[in-house]
Design a protein around this ligand. Structure first.
Ligand code: CUK
Ligand code: CUA
Length: 660
């Protein structure tokens, strides 16, 4: 029919003819809504290749489809965790961890405020976090889908997320560090969650001048006991090992062959303290003067026994095994590692440990068997300034591989011996074999990759299939959105042993996700609703559980307490009237059982918000310090009568007695 228009040659005004021809061109140039395009036409219009179509087919998930793997990515500076699916790369959830998260009511209702309050430091609310490393709980060295842990580097904290409802349940603060990077990493049966300090400080954080750096500043590694029954870390059963003031970087637990041991790399073993403004060399030079740094090799099972035997000193009430004890008892050793190392990753069989030197350009593979042999024979080349025995690198090294520039982190494949290492400077992923020390192939990524992740890639049983490159820069990959670009997670197909293939670019607009972990989706079994009256943050039935018909308002002096229920489509009660300066507590119970029917609750202008999920009981609290009329309402479009799910909160002004 369009053709008719174009050829219907009227002898009317030139202008009209011109309009017609423009219209005609438009129709020919772009298919209109009413013409069905076939695949070839779409490919032509969008400039897609056969490979693009294949990549799309490998990632596209039709409506209602599910992902094979779930990713838990650090939310970086957002202090949150990002959950997305593989292969679709669809974001499924942001979990509030160290930072208030309004949708989930996290930090805006009392129950979750109590979790955030656990993260207070020196009485101060810290409402952000620099999250780096998420870790999934493990059973026999493989993910079990029960818990997720994540660290906060800036404020030395560790959080526990229960995957039965994807909520943060606990935050613990390190009693002895001022910074914390080498965590979270879990032991093969999640007995402990490990974290190492990063920037050396006096343990406990007291003031000591920098000229006493060597004597008084320290690093360390903490083993937080995890109580799986309770689903909480137990500070009363946790302990640390004092380490030299080398900047401890990343850690990993041994497994299978190396079970019972843990490994922590370090940089700045030069003990440099900076001072560019005083005419000294800058940190980056002072901290990379030497050709090697040290990996700490720790027998944590023996350390646990020492702790249980009371061979500790207390720092701020926290048990610490001193370096002296650690050396005397033979639980701590050092191994030289490549210059400015980053990343330490134990192979699935636990037999090898890989460490990459950012400035060395080599990835080192250490043999755990050789390490054990050297320790048994006491083959030490020297001790460090703190008396810690140093193993002969040449004797414990399995192989040393040149993968490219700026190697960082390593993950493993389901194929025996195959590893993947990120190359920050080269912006590539290298596939190689840690048994043979051979580079297999490399794929460019865009750009500047930090961590990388394969499916179950840090467990005893990697699943292969996919790899995600967690790139620091996106530069030209997406539509520009100002100077702060999104990060770019690139999905890479690793099923072809000849060639890795890039499948998808996912912009991540939340924080800098350092590390991520991916688990088979069917291993995670979250609930769809709570047992009636559950306080989700404690997992217990709330004393304020309220059933239909027992809603009430009670006053005790200046305290007004409300027990309310929510269900489609009303909040009971609907009118709450208080007096100026009353302390108001509103407990809300959802009477819903249906999946995905969530109500939100706010009292306008009082900065409270709750997400009341099916079966949940939660509480908001505030002081009615400003007389007036405040609507309250449900903030989720929960039903056709959602807008009517409202009420009035009235604050009567005080009667001014002294005015006649
Ligand atoms: S770190 Cu960020 S790229 Cu904190 Cu694991 Cu290596
Ligand atoms: Cu409940 Cu809207």
């Amino acid at each position: 029919m369009t053709v008719y228009f174009c050829h219907s040659h009227s002898r009317s005004l030139k202008f009209v003819r011109h309009l017609f021809s423009v219209f005609c061109l438009l129709i020919l140039a772009a298919p209109t809504a009413w013409s069905k395009e076939n695949l070839q036409e779409v490919m032509k219009r969008r400039g897609l290749t056969q490979d693009d179509i294949l990549a799309a087919a490998k990632t596209y998930t039709p409506t209602g489809g599910r992902d094979e793997f779930l990713v838990f990515a650090s939310g970086g500076q957002s202090g949150q965790v990002i959950v997305y699916g593989i292969p679709s790369m669809r974001i499924l959830k942001y979990i509030g961890v160290f930072t208030p998260e309004p949708w989930q009511g996290y930090g805006f209702e009392e129950n979750s405020k109590r979790v955030l309050e656990q993260g207070r430091i020196d009485g101060r609310d810290i409402t952000w976090g620099d999250t780096h490393h998420p870790a999934l709980s493990e059973t026999n060295g493989d993910y079990d889908g029960q818990y997720l842990f994540i660290n906060d580097k800036a404020n030395p904290r560790l959080a526990v997320i229960d995957l039965h409802d994807f909520e943060t349940k606990q935050i613990v603060v390190s009693p002895i560090y001022q910074a914390q990077h080498g965590g979270a990493f879990v032991s093969p049966n999640t007995e402990y969650v490990m974290e190492a300090a990063q920037y050396a400080t006096p343990l406990g954080g007291d003031y000591v001048p920098l000229d006493q750096f060597k004597e008084k500043y320290r690093g360390g590694v903490t083993y937080w006991k995890f109580d799986r029954e309770k689903g909480r870390l137990d500070p009363a059963q946790s302990f640390s090992i004092e380490l030299p003031p080398y900047s401890q970087d990343l850690s990993d637990f041994g497994k299978l062959a190396s079970d019972g041991w843990s490994f922590t790399n370090s940089f700045c073993t030069e003990l440099y303290v900076g001072g560019i403004e005083k005419g000294r060399q800058p940190f980056e030079a002072g901290c990379s003067a030497k050709d090697t740094d040290y990996m700490h090799v720790i027998n944590w099972r023996k350390a646990e026994a020492l702790y249980k035997a009371g061979k500790v000193t207390k720092v701020k009430g926290h048990p610490v095994i001193t370096m002296e004890t650690a050396v005397k008892e033979g639980i701590l050793f050092l191994i030289p590692e490549p210059k400015s190392p980053h990343g330490v990753d134990v192979t699935p069989d636990g037999k090898f440990i890989t460490v990459s030197g950012k400035l060395d350009g080599h990835t080192f593979v250490y043999s755990f068997e050789k390490i054990q042999a050297a320790i048994a024979k006491k083959e030490f080349v020297e001790t460090d300034p703190y008396g810690i025995p140093i193993l002969d690198m040449k004797k414990v090294l399995q192989t040393q591989v040149d993968l490219g520039l700026g190697p960082l982190h390593t993950q493993y494949d389901s194929v025996d011996g195959v590893a993947y290492t990120s190359l920050y400077v080269d912006s590539m992923v290298a596939r190689w074999n840690y048994r043979t020390g051979k580079l297999i192939d490399r794929i460019p990524v865009h750009y500047n990759i930090g961590h990388l992740m394969t499916m179950h890639g840090d467990t005893v049983k990697p699943r292969g299939k996919y790899l995600v490159a967690l790139n620091k820069l996106a530069i030209d990959r997406f539509n520009p959105v100002g100077p702060l670009h999104p990060q770019n997670h690139q999905l890479i197909d690793i099923t072809d042993s000849n060639k890795m293939t890039l499948l998808y670019d996912m912009p991540l607009p939340l924080g800098e996700p350092h590390y991520a972990v991916a688990i088979e989706a069917n291993l995670v079994k979250p609930v769809m609703n709570y047992k009636a009256g559950t306080d989700s943050r404690t997992g217990t039935i709330s004393p304020h559980k309220t059933m239909a018909g027992s809603e009430r308002i009670e006053r005790k002096g200046k305290k007004v307490e409300v027990w309310a229920t929510v269900i489609r489509s009303h909040i009971t009660p609907e009118i709450i009237e208080v007096e100026e300066d009353d302390e108001v507590t509103i407990h809300l119970t959802s009477l819903e059982r249906a999946q995905d029917i969530v109500h939100g609750f706010t009292v306008n202008k009082y900065n409270v918000h709750a997400s009341i999920e099916p079966g949940e009981t939660t509480t908001v609290k505030f002081k009615a310090d400003k007389p007036g009329v405040y609507p309250y309402y449900c903030t989720e479009f929960c039903s056709a009568l959602h807008l009517e799910m409202q009420g009035y909160f009235l604050v009567k002004p005080k009667v001014k007695k002294d005015k006649k």
